[in-house]
Design a protein around this ligand. Structure first.
Ligand SMILES: [Zn+2]
Length: 377
């Protein structure tokens, strides 16, 4: 799986015998850097920027008085910034303060939207990964192979990587079809699927995922997906890793707002673990772009927050958070032109030193990540 890297290393060793400076960070080998993409299914910008929505919790609980509930006590706060920090402390106190930026707070005139007209999952993920809405071709969440190649395939081809170097771990089984137009082009572990690892605890988790079925089709709990992805990151060191979490959408459809908030807080803990793992590894530290976003929004009101789709106003409204080694931008990003979901593929490619227009000239433009560059602002 690493034959090419091995031969490069051998060449380096031979050359280095006569050279003074021989250290070459992995990121400079072919194209620059690594990318980790994380998607949180159907997470509203309202919660990301404002924390718990009291009116939704009240409607979800089905009673007027919620102040004695565990969820209220856990997530209430006097201001949006206080509430969001209680919900996602790593994102707001560490990721966005020291490393990255976030866009999509419509209360602060920061807009991020999908360009597809469907406003549900497969079209959203396909737009993220191919850089374009394909409204007439991708019209359902059915297990149909994506006809359009993804930025994951593009990265593998252009950087001449092996399939294990570009990997997806997803809770939802349909990601087998979404992420690549050619089966096996990259590494995919999606839905209730065995995960092979030499670690005994991973072998236990891989077996137990079958013993904890969900009522959501071929979908496993996010805990399995995250644990497998983190184990893979530490062992296989992929150049591009995609982690697609799902439970936030499932609990919302079922009307369990308390479980949506609980999942979002656990996800924030996952993001912290992921970040700490990247920072502790010299292969990733200082060379890795992390992109966190969602496939679609949801309704804005107590009556339609459970739902999304083209008939639900607001379900096209999304958000994105990005930390990149070359970026000097921090915290909430304001005063920018509207951003779109179809720009993420090109942004991933650019973070790897590639121009995504080579694969898809119709794709949205890469987002300028650094404050010094004003081309996209
Ligand atoms: Zn959904």
């Amino acid at each position: 799986m690493r034959i090419r890297h091995l031969s490069l290393t051998l060449v380096s060793v031979l050359v280095c015998a006569a050279a003074v400076s021989c250290s070459r960070p992995r990121g400079e080998a072919a194209g620059a850097g690594n990318v980790v993409l994380v998607t949180l299914d159907g997470v509203r910008w309202q919660e990301v920027f404002g924390g718990m929505d009291e009116s939704v919790l009240r409607a979800s609980a089905g009673k007027d008085s919620i102040t004695d509930s565990v969820t209220y006590k856990q997530f209430s706060g006097a201001s949006p910034s206080e509430r969001r920090e209680r919900l996602m402390p790593f994102l707001w106190r560490t990721f966005l303060v020291d490393h990255g930026f976030i866009a999509g707070d419509r209360n602060a005139a920061s807009q991020v939207s999908v360009t597809n007209r469907h406003w549900f999952s497969y079209p959203g993920y396909s737009e993220i990964l191919t850089g374009q809405a394909h409204d007439d071709s991708i019209t359902s969440n059915d297990a149909i192979r994506n006809p359009f190649p993804s930025v994951l395939q593009f990265a593998r081809r252009k950087l001449r990587l092996a399939p294990p170097d570009v990997a997806t771990f997803a809770s939802w089984g349909i990601f087998n079809e979404i992420v690549e137009s050619e089966r096996g082009a990259t590494t995919v572990n999606a839905g209730v699927t065995p995960y092979e690892s030499p670690a005994p605890e991973m072998q236990v988790l891989s077996a137990v995922q079958r013993e904890t079925p969900t009522s959501w089709g071929n979908t496993r709990r996010d805990a399995y997906t995250f644990r497998f992805a983190l184990d893979y990151l530490k062992r296989a060191h992929p150049r591009v890793l995609y982690i697609a979490l799902d439970e936030t959408d499932d609990w919302a459809h079922e009307g369990h707002y308390d479980l949506v908030l609980g999942m979002l807080q656990r996800t924030d803990g996952y993001l912290k673990e992921l970040w700490d793992t990247l920072q502790a590894d010299p292969r990733y530290r200082g060379t890795t772009t992390v992109i966190i976003t969602t496939d679609h929004g949801r309704g804005r009101t107590v009556d339609d927050w459970r739902k999304h789709g083209k008939d639900v106003p607001g379900a096209n409204e999304i958000w994105m958070a990005i930390a990149s080694p070359g970026s000097t931008r921090r915290g909430p990003w304001r005063d920018h032109r509207p951003l779109f979901q179809n720009q993420i593929a090109a942004t991933i490619a650019a973070a790897l030193g590639l121009d995504y227009r080579e694969q898809n000239p119709q794709a949205g433009a890469a987002i300028a990540l650094g404050a010094k560059s004003a081309s996209n602002e």
